[in-house]
Design a protein around this ligand. Structure first.
Ligand SMILES: [Fe+2]
Length: 288
């Protein structure tokens, strides 16, 4: 079946395993956040050791989308530093790659992360080897302004977006989404909401408080399935989220009934059996 509903797991709780589920990178460590057992697509945290390198041409058989969480990786001579982003379509040529001091990626694979056959990877570069309309070779969000005009006007004020990619075929979109601190539901009550598509969330920084699920902290991850209502939500600290829609553009659908919100909701994540052992809350980290 497609990927199960995950709301939410702290990536810090998931153990590392060796290599990816495809054969592309046996020499990295991986935490699997979610994986589809029909098309083998998956969302992972991938840790490259210091000194990792490839000096031969490599082409993945699937699209790879990534955001650097920590450290840096160099691909084709370009350095991807913390919070930079890319969408490299299946067949994109990596002439060489290396990691000097270690690197951790939020790494999204659109099918099994395996290598294209060696024979194919040796011939001269041919742009038709990958779909250029899908290529987003490099985005540095630190050089972009936050744009509040891109946010759905149904959402309360104060949030803003840095766009990363919109798929020209499907309208699927990836972006950074930030809130300032002290964004409180008016009267401590708001309707829940949902979407007709999957929404994937990764908490880069800050706390995102779900009235129905608990306090999601940095490293918190969601695979929010279609038409499941959650919330209301608020933030005392502010947050910076990576968001991706799957199976269509972003659409928010609000319920009509207001539900109560509190800053300390019970920790009640909704997790599939494989993630249930890692469903504990992170210990609080006081700033004093
Ligand atoms: Fe949403």
């Amino acid at each position: 079946m497609a990927r199960p509903h995950i709301m939410f797991v702290q990536a810090q709780m998931i153990p590392w395993s060796r290599g990816l589920h495809g054969d592309a990178r046996p020499d990295v460590e991986c935490k699997t956040l979610s994986r589809d057992d029909t098309d083998d697509s998956a969302s992972c945290i991938v840790r490259y050791p210091a000194g990792w390198q490839r000096s031969t041409v490599e082409q993945l058989a699937c699209h790879e989308e990534f955001l650097v969480l920590d450290g840096a990786i160099e691909i084709n001579g370009r350095l991807y530093e913390k919070h930079t982003y890319a969408f490299l379509p299946a067949g994109y040529r990596r002439e060489r790659a290396r990691v000097r001091h270690g690197c951790v990626l939020l790494d999204l694979f659109y099918a099994t992360p395996s290598l294209r056959t060696a024979g194919m990877s040796q011939h001269t570069p041919n742009p038709a080897e990958f779909d250029e309309r899908l290529l987003v070779e490099y985005v540095n969000p630190l050089l972009m302004d936050w744009d509040p005009g891109l946010v759905d006007p149904q959402l309360s004020k104060g949030v803003a977006i840095k766009p990363l990619r919109t798929d020209p075929y499907t309208g699927e979109t990836s972006f950074l989404y930030c809130s300032p601190p002290h964004r409180v539901p008016p009267g401590m009550a708001k309707p829940q909401w949902t979407h007709p598509m999957v929404e994937e969330l990764y908490t880069l920084e800050g706390d995102y408080v779900w009235g129905d699920l608990g306090r999601m902290q940095r490293g918190g991850y969601c695979w929010w399935r279609e038409n499941v209502y959650h919330g209301p939500a608020g933030t005392d600290t502010g947050y910076n989220l990576f968001v991706r829609t799957v199976n269509g553009p972003l659409i928010n659908t609000f319920d009509t009934v207001k539900k109560p919100f509190s800053w300390d909701p019970p920790h009640r994540p909704m997790l599939p059996p494989e993630l249930a052992p890692y469903g504990q809350p992170l210990p609080p980290q006081p700033n004093y």
